[in-house]
Design a binder for this molecule. Structure first.
Ligand code: UDP
Length: 463
């Protein structure tokens, strides 16, 4: 680990401020741990109450392991809502609108803060806090560079509804490779959708940040990074993008899950790991088709199931979802888990040979880190654009015909079986994915491209 900072001046004190969901908290905790390893002082701001139990338990464990981190539990103002509202979208917006209450909680920080690293989802309101404190703020993006570009372009896209009419099949952002309009999340077509409104507010404020940290890799997104940082693409809406991926993992002492012991007993690269992230629930019908696909493929599998968006509501038992006979028939081939698993540990395990993933960006980068080939099965949000990056970067395969979000037709067991056989049998893909893994390791090691970017920012903040 490099520590090029001048020993005479104090290392910077950074306040980290994630927004809602594990997909946001996880990269912030990773960056917190990277900063601690570089001797920075760290303040962690977390909105309370959290949406999921996973968030509160990870925050507690992290603080327990790192008692030197100062914690600011930030009581946010809950917005009026109805039962149909997505709890994560609501929390994004409630947090964004509560930020004006944050300044007094930070103003007497000791040593004084050097910078705030905040979530994209508070971009619009964090500026007033950093200005009052007289310090810069950086944003941490939890998505791909490509999707971030789409977000920066969103105000323009939405200002012209004709762009969504049937004569347009592609989104063209000058200087970037166009992408199909079918990869845009359906809520973007409705300017009154809560998610779209929150994103729009934040998108308009991106340029106020000193830079945006990206958990991305040159080898996956070189073209887009180059277009923004050196080609001036979206220069009126974006500050410099700072690629620091793959983020280093942090360790929390937990009991070894039974699924890890099961993985230990499997041959190298023989297991298909199936998971759709922290907040994607599959329908019962789709779960049945996945079970068919896995069983028919004949490959070993580790399958993590979620049947509700928020973990505290996820009460259905595994056997009620899968049936005793499936569990009995496949007991020597696979293991199914309900609840939280340590995904980074799973992906690092030598028995894992492929990953069926929704392509949440953290999951993509975790797969890239170890060079595990991916079957991309995007479900919503940024995931179709992310899947395209996976496919182009030769980290995995993607069948664009598999529906998503508003267009979620059932993917049948036979198709799933075919894709699993394809990914497990494709030696060339395996090699290419491993190459991505090597690039990722190089970027993160001392003197690597990502490590240098972070060191330079910290040196700047120390002055
Ligand atoms: N994750 C995990 N265990 C789980 C579910 C998710 O460790 O059971 C982690 C996963 O490794 C990733 C994050 O939670 O770091 C999920 O983020 P991602 O962007 O992949 O998807 P999201 O959950 O936001 O859709």
């Amino acid at each position: 680990m490099s520590n090029t900072m001048d020993s005479k001046s104090l290392p910077p004190h950074i306040a980290l401020f994630p927004s809602a969901g594990m997909g946001h908290l996880t990269p912030f905790l990773r960056i917190a741990s990277m900063l601690l390893r570089r001797n920075c002082a760290v303040t962690l701001i977390t909105a309370t109450p959290t949406v999921s139990a996973a968030e509160s338990s990870h925050i507690s464990s992290f603080l327990h392991e790192h008692p030197q981190v100062k914690h600011v539990g930030f009581q946010i103002i809950q917005l009026p809502h109805s039962k149909q509202d997505d709890p994560f979208y609501l929390q994004f917006e409630s947090t964004r609108r509560s930020v004006h209450l944050l300044h007094p909680l930070l103003s007497s920080s000791s040593p004084p803060l050097s910078a705030i690293f905040a979530d994209f989802f508070v971009a619009s309101s964090i500026t007033s806090v950093s200005t009052k404190l007289g310090i810069p703020h950086y944003l941490i993006s939890t998505t791909s560079v490509k999707f971030l570009c789409l977000l920066a372009y969103l105000p323009e896209l939405i200002s012209d509804p004709a762009k969504f009419d049937h004569s347009f099949t592609e989104v063209e952002i000058s200087g970037l490779t166009p992408f199909p309009i079918s990869s845009i999340p359906p809520p973007f077509k409705d300017p009154n959708h809560l998610f779209t409104k929150t994103l729009l507010q934040n998108s308009r404020a991106l340029s106020k940040a000193k830079g945006i940290f990206m958990n991305s890799l040159q080898c996956l997104e070189a073209e887009t990074l180059e277009a923004v940082n050196n080609g001036g693409v979206l220069s009126h809406s974006l500050p410099p993008l700072l690629p620091i991926g793959p983020l280093e993992l942090y360790e929390i002492k937990t009991e070894k899950g039974q699924y890890m012991t099961w993985l230990d007993r499997q041959p190298a690269e023989s297991v298909v790991y199936v998971s759709f992230g922290s907040r994607t629930a599959m329908s019962r019908e789709q779960i049945r088709e996945i079970s068919k696909g896995l069983e028919r493929s004949g490959h070993r599998f580790l399958w993590v199931l979620k049947s509700s968006k928020v973990d505290t509501e996820d009460k259905i038992q595994l056997k009620d979802l899968l049936g005793d006979s499936f569990l009995e028939r496949t007991k020597n081939k696979g293991t199914a888990v309900k609840g939280w698993v340590s995904q980074p540990e799973i992906l690092e395990h030598p028995s894992v040979g492929a990953f069926v993933s929704h392509c949440g960006w953290n999951s993509v980068i975790e797969a890239a880190r170890r060079g595990v080939p991916v079957v991309a099965w995007p479900q919503h949000g940024d995931q179709r654009l992310n899947a395209e990056i996976v496919q182009r970067g030769e980290l995995g395969i993607w069948d664009r015909k598999w529906g998503w979000d508003g267009d979620k037709e059932l993917v049948c067991g036979e198709e799933i079986e075919k894709k699993i056989r394809e990914v497990m049998g494709d030696e060339k893909l395996r090699k290419m994915a491993k190459k991505v893994g090597e690039e990722a390791r190089k970027a993160a090691e001392t003197g690597g491209s990502s490590e240098k970017v972070l060191s330079e920012v910290l040196e700047f903040l120390q002055k």
